[in-house]
Design a protein around this ligand. Structure first.
Ligand code: NDP
Length: 323
């Protein structure tokens, strides 16, 4: 199987048999489609969709992430705004802000960047968001809609995984998908979406008795754990498709060298930033066994923001009765 040039985000991704499922080309294609859809919505008299991202406090990583969502919206022709609020904001005041955004007809998507400061009840805030504007898909109403097969705004990361599989012509129907991780953000919605796409689904977690036995039955193995390189070749069936959602920082050179032996690009990046981003899959050892694998970075992570933007357009079209 040959690789497309944009799917070679890291030097370790070169392999003759294994398809490297980079997220960049898929993300770019989706954004181009979104831009066309937004233009045609506006041309036909519709309102320009708008996302408001609420950022409480000044955590640099959160600020960067939120900014990329707002900027991504603007790039496809939508309005994207970041509402910055002080870290010591009173819970009641934040609730009032969400209510105001709910009532604002010009706002189609609301997302509250997590984590929130400790003094604020996160669940209470997330449940306050109008489900029809809940572009993160975390509201219980959207969870219920998703699991009952109704039109739902589904969480961005698992939606991105489905897009990646479909757009890279990987059959889901009838195949056995094993997900490691059962969080509300990734594992559980991933299971719902795979079921909707007619996979047979197994969900594993920290109490799963024999993780290697479960995983090695997977045609499609999805890792969403948060433990660097937890899944090795013993977890992977020959020819399986391996999707690595994990994003973990490795900040010691010994671990990096064990996971990416002799990889100069990794080492240089590490020296520059003081850490290296690795997945939940032992990429170096697993890639020779898998038929296809996503790299970290450069894989699933590139799709998450794109799918938040896609959800904003979807929410807007549904609200404007143009879906
Ligand atoms: P959580 O911590 O919420 O969930 C982790 C899950 O993994 C839990 O269900 C836990 O089991 C399970 N788990 C932990 N250790 C083991 C183990 N040793 N064996 C089997 N299962 C285990 O994480 P998230 O779902 O939020 O995120 C998972 C990973 O995905 C992280 O690395 C995160 O950074 C990344 N991520 C990436 C995104 C992207 O855009 N690419 C977006 C979101 C997350 P239990 O329930 O029993 O505790």
């Amino acid at each position: 199987m040959t690789m497309q040039p944009e799917d070679q985000p890291t030097s370790e991704s070169k392999s003759n048999q294994t398809r490297i499922l980079g997220g960049k080309s898929v993300s770019t294609a989706i954004r181009q489609e979104l831009a066309v859809e937004v233009a045609s919505l506006v041309e036909s008299g519709g309102r320009r969709p708008k996302l408001v991202a609420v950022l409480v406090g000044d955590d640099t990583a959160s600020a960067t992430y939120v900014a990329s969502k707002a900027r991504g919206c603007q790039e496809v022709g939508m309005d994207g705004e970041t509402l910055r609020l002080p870290a010591d904001i009173d819970g009641g005041e934040l609730e009032a802000t969400i209510r105001r955004l709910n009532d604002d007809d010009g706002v189609d998507g609301i997302l509250v960047q997590l984590p929130l400061p400790k003094h604020i009840d996160e669940d209470r805030i997330l449940q306050l968001i109008d489900p029809d504007k809940d572009v993160d898909g975390f509201h219980p109403v959207n969870v219920g809609r998703l699991w009952s097969g109704r039109d739902a705004l589904a969480p961005a990361t698992p939606t991105g995984v489905i897009e990646l599989l479909q757009r890279r012509d990987i059959e889901i129907r009838g195949r056995h998908a094993v997900i490691v991780g059962r969080s509300n953000i990734v594992g559980k919605p991933m299971a719902a979406l795979l079921l909707q796409n007619h996979a047979t689904v197994t969900i594993c977690h920290s109490r799963t008795a024999d993780l290697a036995a479960e995983c090695s039955r997977a045609d499609i193995l999805i890792a969403a754990v948060g433990v660097p390189a937890l899944l090795g070749p013993e977890h992977v069936k020959d020819g399986a498709v391996v999707i690595d959602v994990g994003m973990n920082r490795v900040d010691d050179t010994a671990t990096l060298e064990r996971l990416y032996p002799g990889n100069e690009k990794r080492r240089n990046g590490f020296e520059k930033r003081g850490f290296s981003l690795v997945g939940d899959v032992d990429y170096t050892r697993v890639k020779t066994k898998a038929s296809a694998i996503t790299p970290v970075p450069g894989g699933v992570g590139l799709l998450t923001v794109t799918m938040v933007i896609a959800n904003t357009l979807r929410a807007s079209k549904l609200r404007q009765h143009r879906a």
